[in-house]
Design a protein around this ligand. Structure first.
Ligand code: NAP
Length: 295
């Protein structure tokens, strides 16, 4: 079998077109969704993520409020900025780019964000609501995975899903979303991690494999059931002298071999990555829509 490629770029483009229409509709009601992006320090990867997020906002008509602060910014100053953004009616979402410099307590900062503007979905209030099946902003990468599965027509109800990884930002939330009693859930989920005794035995049972371990070749062809759907969340750099920058990006799945066996597979790059930013835009538009409902 040669797997059908789940094209994250195309799915993201489709969703962004839908969101652009929603933004235009909101603008007829004098509402422009606004996203405040806060970056502390000079980390090159964080800077490029933030630039990509701001460009994505501009492309669909979201107002983006750029806050780039020096690495030596104090926790008090950062908390004061969050407080100001919490109160600003033009801002519907606040994104604090992680990691923060070591002298700042990340948890304190995330807790300070008004849950009504927590478009990253990392506030404990958002996570708690998600867990008990209440309406909440869903964390972007796991929500992007669910959207990819749904929009590719993958049957979730009753499916055996194996998630490789249990981080707070990917593994745990995606597993949680998939067990919810909802059309976007109803799956039977196993979560694997570094203490799992026999990873291959678990993955072999899966109708859907979600790899979020952060290591190349964590999922190999011998582990994958014929026809399984394989979602590769991993983004890893491997040395490659043929590339100008000296490396290339790969996922956690042995793409070449697994795509001969799987029914559907996501590539890296061009798979889950483009969906993550899209879901941030989605949450920001959703937050702006909620202001109408509560007015
Ligand atoms: P993380 O915090 O490092 O967590 C990795 C998880 O994988 C841990 O739970 C770890 O187990 C588990 N794990 C590692 N090696 C394993 C193995 N050989 N077998 C079974 N489990 C294993 O990573 P993360 O933040 O969740 O990110 C995971 C990957 O996704 C990374 O490559 C990251 O760059 C990528 N990512 C991509 C996006 C995107 O938008 N595309 C967004 C977020 C993350 P323990 O808990 O036992 O240590």
């Amino acid at each position: 079998m040669t797997a059908k490629i789940i094209d994250g770029k195309q799915l993201a483009a489709d969703m962004r077109a839908e969101l652009k229409t929603e933004v235009e509709q909101l603008q007829t009601k004098n509402i422009t969704p606004g996203l405040a992006v806060v970056l502390v320090g000079e980390d090159p990867a964080s800077k490029s993520y933030v630039t990509a997020k701001e460009k994505a906002c501009a492309d669909i008509g979201i107002y983006s409020n750029d806050n780039r602060l020096p690495a030596e910014t104090t926790q008090e100053d950062l908390l004061a900025l969050i407080d100001k953004l919490n109160k600003d009616p033009k801002i519907h979402g606040i994104l604090v780019q992680l990691p923060l410099p070591k002298h700042i307590d990340e948890n304190k900062i995330l807790l300070a964000i008004d849950p009504a503007k927590d478009v990253d979905g990392f506030h404990p209030m958002s996570i708690g609501k998600m867990m008990i099946g209440q309406d909440a902003f869903l964390p972007c990468t796991p929500h992007g995975v669910i959207q990819m599965l749904m929009r590719s027509g993958v049957q979730l109800e009753g499916a055996e899903v194996v998630v490789v990884g249990r981080s707070n930002i990917v593994g745990k939330p995606v597993a949680n979303m998939l067990i919810q009693k909802a059309p976007t859930g109803n799956a039977t989920v196993t979560v694997c991690h570094t203490r799992t005794k026999n990873l291959a035995e678990h993955v072999k049972r899966a109708d859907i494999v979600i790899a979020a371990a952060g290591w190349p070749n964590t999922v190999t062809a011998d582990m994958v059931k014929e026809g399984a759907v394989v979602i590769d969340v991993g983004v890893n750099r491997v040395d490659d002298d043929t590339k100008k920058r000296g490396y290339r990006l790969v996922g956690d799945v042995d793409f070449e071999a697994v795509s001969e066996k799987a029914g559907m597979i996501t590539p890296v790059p061009g798979g889950v990555g483009p969906m993550t930013i899209t879901m941030l835009l989605y949450n920001t538009v959703e937050s702006a829509k909620r202001t109408i409902k509560t007015e």
